[in-house]
Design a protein around this ligand. Structure first.
Ligand code: CMX
Length: 384
């Protein structure tokens, strides 16, 4: 017998599919109180793990032993070389366009300069292995830092990225921050907009590059991944750690119907454990940074202000509350790039979920092409 999971009333339409069960997910889950778990492991326990080890967990659903980890790293290294032509096309993109549009383009170029094999697992691993070089090149070309720096994949996944980035103002903590940042952003359950979009596009049997480019387009929206850019801009606008000044600034924004980036969540109903980890990293690497002092105070003040509005279901910090502040403290000063770093990381989880949905779901047959129902309204029959 089929279990009934949800009754759908008319009042639940036009709510962005909020909370409707539509599929299964093996890589991660989001608990409203405890936050995200990767294959059952709470995220705060993984934040300091080797990135490749956590990738293996998400893609293969278990931790590797030492030999498996070494061989998984080799699998990434062997696939890391970019097809010729990708960097040339990136060089021609208009610098005024947003870096997320560059990432969408770069991922499409990866698929265009190499015929995808059609095996989602193989293509997915290639994509994961190659995307750091694309992201580093986007920073360098678009910011005018100079030519892309040749990849040295044997350095390690994140270490090689920091090497290829060659950020002129990088602090010695950038490596440490990006290792945790990368792991914390890999995956976040099945129904977040970018992951859902990637799986929806792949359900029409689009290849992984096209599907991922669509997912990244979804991630670029200000209510989703671009909130980390907006959060830093917002923190700079506040510019003080005086609690009363923060309180009145936030109240004024709410009156003007401005969202407070870095706070609230579609599923979580408590402070995001990823935010907690990031505040902890901030206390370790930049406790006296002026903007870190602002977000430390915002963490205390903003939830009480947001709680005064009963329709806001979660007044607490989300993952984007601290990321921008920490990235600027480590020398990545331009917030326009922050969502690209989020996107680079999230490619891992979306890849894992696309592989599962295409090759494991329905006993290996894969989920069918997405086709939710929209209810027609205000359409009287007309003859022409
Ligand atoms: N500031 C102002 N208003 C907020 C708010 C915030 N931080 N969080 C929620 N609200 C508002 C919503 O806009 C919504 O208003 P309407 O009823 O007028 O549409 C109302 O409160 C109810 O929202 P909700 O049910 O609590 O949350 P939603 O699922 O609708 O929205 C989210 C979730 C994240 C889009 C929202 O909290 C938000 O806009 N936050 C700021 C942007 C942000 O930080 N996004 C990053 C999310 C993290 C991620 O993508 O992983």
């Amino acid at each position: 017998m089929t279990e009934v999971l949800f009754e759908i009333g008319v009042d639940r339409l036009d709510t962005g599919l909020r909370g409707y069960p539509v599929g299964t997910v093996r890589s991660s889950s989001v608990d409203p109180q405890a936050g995200v778990r990767y294959v059952g492991v709470p995220i705060d326990q993984l934040a300091d793990f080797e990135p490749e080890k956590v990738m293996h967990l998400l893609l293969r659903k278990r931790f590797p032993d030492a030999d498996e980890l070494a061989s998984f790293k080799n699998e990434l290294i062997e696939r890391s070389c970019l097809p010729e032509g990708v960097l040339e096309l990136l060089r021609g993109l208009p610098k005024r366009s947003h870096p997320m549009d560059w990432l969408v383009s770069g991922i499409l170029y990866l698929g265009m300069f190499e015929t995808p094999t059609g095996d989602y697992e193989e293509d997915g691993l290639r994509l994961v292995a190659r995307v750091p070089e694309v992201v580093a090149a986007i920073f360098r070309i678009r910011s005018g830092w100079g030519d892309p720096i040749p990849s040295k994949p044997e350095l390690g996944y994140v270490e090689n990225f920091v090497h290829m980035l060659g950020a002129p103002d990088a602090s010695p903590h950038l490596d440490r921050l990006l290792r945790s940042f990368n792991v914390l952003h890999y995956d976040h359950g099945g129904g977040n907009l970018s992951t859902f979009t990637g799986k929806a596009v792949a359900s029409g049997l689009a290849n992984i590059y096209t599907s991922m480019a669509s997912a990244m387009a979804a991630l670029g929206g200000p209510l989703h991944g671009r909130a980390n850019q907006n959060a830093l801009e917002f923190v700079r606008e506040i510019g003080t750690d005086d609690p009363e000044a923060i309180r009145s600034f936030v109240m004024d924004c709410l009156e003007k119907k401005r969202v407070i980036p870095g706070f609230g969540h579609g599923v979580l109903r408590a402070e995001d454990p990823r935010a907690r980890v990031l505040y902890g990293i901030g206390e370790e690497i930049c406790p006296e940074d002026p903007l870190f002092r602002v977000i430390r105070q915002m963490r205390e003040v903003v939830p009480s202000v947001l709680s005064e509005n009963p329709k806001i279901q979660n007044p607490y910090p989300n993952v984007d509350a601290a990321t921008g502040t920490l990235l600027q403290a480590c020398g990545l000063m331009d917030p326009e790039y922050y969502t690209v770093l989020f996107g680079w990381s999230r490619v891992v989880g979306i890849t894992a979920q696309i592989i599962d949905e295409r090759t494991v779901a329905r006993s290996g047959k894969g989920a069918p092409i997405y086709r939710p129902k929209y209810v027609p309204v205000d359409q009287p029959h007309r003859d022409v």
